[in-house]
Design a protein around this ligand. Structure first.
Ligand SMILES: Cc1cc2nc3c(=O)[nH]c(=O)nc-3n(C[C@H](O)[C@H](O)[C@H](O)COP(=O)(O)O)c2cc1C
Length: 215
């Protein structure tokens, strides 16, 4: 499908059909797309927790009331967590993956890549905006997630209407030096979903309001 068309047809689902579950293989396909998200210095400073069943239910106290219906109706909740501190084990894994994938043809290039990635990570620690920086990468992954979902016929809702501290506490994210960036729920829309495009057409500002060309 044309990508613009995909963006036009994807919308935020408000009411899900709670009898339908996204198949595991579709969730894996969506996550495979998410895995390909570009990140600053390829740091991939995030982790995705895929919640169903009792694990999903255990997070309900952290969901604001107005979001509970969608949270309950969707079959999956994905907690997108981002790093709050430099994770050396993670950075070593990134470097090993780059080597495995053929991006580091010599020891010098490998050392330079590792140095550069540490430089940018440390820069954000020094600036005191490390979690802001990792959170931006998490939001990039969010965008990949919802459009990959749409591509596979799965509906989605981003949830910022959550109690972040409670998500962190329930998921014990501080123990992993992570914090919740946002939650995305995935499922299939109810036939009478109030937000579907025939009832509530998509609306955005015009390009002229959003774009300035400078020569
Ligand atoms: C980061 C983010 C957080 C959002 N949080 C919520 C939320 O908590 N609950 C909700 O119903 N919709 C939420 N939305 C949906 C937005 O209201 C919606 O994307 C916007 O109105 C545009 O509509 P569309 O997604 O249908 O094109 C969120 C969207 C984004 C991108």
């Amino acid at each position: 499908m044309d990508f613009e068309q995909l963006l036009k047809q994807r919308y935020t689902t408000k009411h899900y059909d709670n009898t339908r579950k996204v198949p595991d293989e579709t969730i894996t396909k969506i996550l495979e797309c998410v895995r390909l998200t570009p990140t600053s210095v390829n740091a991939q400073p995030y982790h995705f927790y895929v919640l169903t069943g009792a694990a999903k239910d255990s997070l309900r106290p952290a969901i604001m009331d107005f979001n509970l219906q969608r949270y309950d109706g969707a079959s999956h909740a994905i907690v997108i967590a981002c790093k709050t501190a430099i994770d050396e084990e993670h950075l070593a894994k990134v470097l090993a993956a780059e080597e495995r994938d053929g991006r580091l043809p010599s020891a010098e290039i490998k050392a330079a890549q590792d140095k550069s990635r540490h430089y940018f990570n440390n820069l954000h620690v020094t600036k005191g905006d490390y979690t802001t920086w990792t959170g931006k990468q998490a939001y990039s992954a969010f965008a990949t997630m919802v459009y990959a979902a749409e591509n596979y016929g799965v509906d989605s809702t981003a949830l910022e209407g959550i109690e972040f501290d409670q998500v962190n506490a329930i998921m014990k994210l501080a123990d992993k030096q992570e914090t919740c960036a946002l939650i995305v729920v995935l499922g299939y829309r109810a036939a009478d979903d109030s937000n579907q495009l025939t009832k509530r057409p998509k609306s955005r500002l015009d390009l002229a309001d959003l774009v300035t060309y400078l020569n």
